[in-house]
Design a protein around this ligand. Sequence first.
Ligand SMILES: C=C1C[C@]23C[C@H]1CC[C@H]2[C@@]12CCC[C@@](C)(C(=O)O1)[C@H]2[C@@H]3C(=O)O
Ligand SMILES: O=C(O)CCC(=O)C(=O)O
Ligand SMILES: [Fe+2]
Length: 344
Amino acid sequence: MDTLSEAYKGIPLNLGDIIPLDFSSPPPTLPDSHAWFQPSDDDCSFDDPASSMPIIDFLDPKATELIGLACEKWGAFQLKNHGIPLDVIQGTEEEVKRLFSLPTEQKLKALRSPGGASGYGRARISPFFPKSMWHEGFTIIGSSARDVKKIWPDDYARFCDRMENYEKEMKVLAERLTEMLFDMLKIPEEKRKWVVTSDISEVLQLNFFPSCPEPDRAMGLAPHTDTSILTIVQSPSTGLQLFKEGKGWINVHPHPNSLIVHLGDLLHIISNGRFCSPLHRVTLNETRKRYSIAYFYTPPVDYVLSPSLSGDNSPVALFRDVTVKEYHEIRAQKFGNSLSLVRI
Ligand SMILES: C=C1C[C@]23C[C@H]1CC[C@H]2[C@@]12CCC[C@@](C)(C(=O)O1)[C@H]2[C@@H]3C(=O)O
Ligand SMILES: O=C(O)CCC(=O)C(=O)O
Ligand SMILES: [Fe+2]
């Protein structure tokens, strides 16, 4: 059952907020619809080796401690020796490239429906911004077969198998990390049974950022936090930036053979604010296209998120109890102030 899709059914989008620009024949200059900044704007971003997101070796005996610190300070880290086989990572990347390099009319066959959550289209958060993003996405919730069959009726199996296999591997890693973080938060047994069940609400988001004629004036993916416990991102190239209070936008340089892990709003609530869900965005490049694969790990939709008061957290609950489904609905309607809407 795609119960996560049900959360989005009640909040349909306009087709205009779903259909991406036809990037197969992009305009030679940036159209006004996609111009977020003026040439005179000073949209500062940093390369700061002294304060960049930590790179943690999962085999390091101190990994747990380092992950805890990274989650408190950054809400994100890069993970080396994560245990996902290289061929699984490369095979998935190959399929993602194959999908996005199809002619536009092929991809449009799997266009997300106005009340739908899966399929091809613009980012879900598009309606909340006055300008469009330089981006195409493909969202997989449950099996990708229904959408992918529309694109490749006779040749969908390899894509689906590889995505399914990738999700299986990601789930094991997400479970390990979640158990680790829940231990630190002293989450009681009855609140963590879902971690090993099969009815979690996982989402795989495939992202494509075409090369852009004026990258400094456009936006790949607008600033957002993720609706997840944690999100595991695979991308070999730069583009992702994290917002750090008091500093600004900091570039993430992907370490070879590493995965990027960032925490989402759901864990921010459960940890009663101890772990942060960082604001992040994606920038563009004039000559290079970029792909990324983001795995969103989320409890079953009826799970009640309640702030843990037993770890080293604030003794007073900062958030009210809210179900995963309700939080998704709040996000789909209000986006940016979602966390403040569940704050006590
Ligand atoms: C489970 C999720 C998480 C969603 C909504 C739903 C399905 C699609 C996800 C994304 C993927 C791309 C960024 C994001 C911000 C977007 O626009 O769609 C994500 C959003 C969220 O993190 O809220
Ligand atoms: O492309 C990336 O590096 C990040 C993608 C992302 O933030 C998302 O899919 O939510
Ligand atoms: Fe994200």
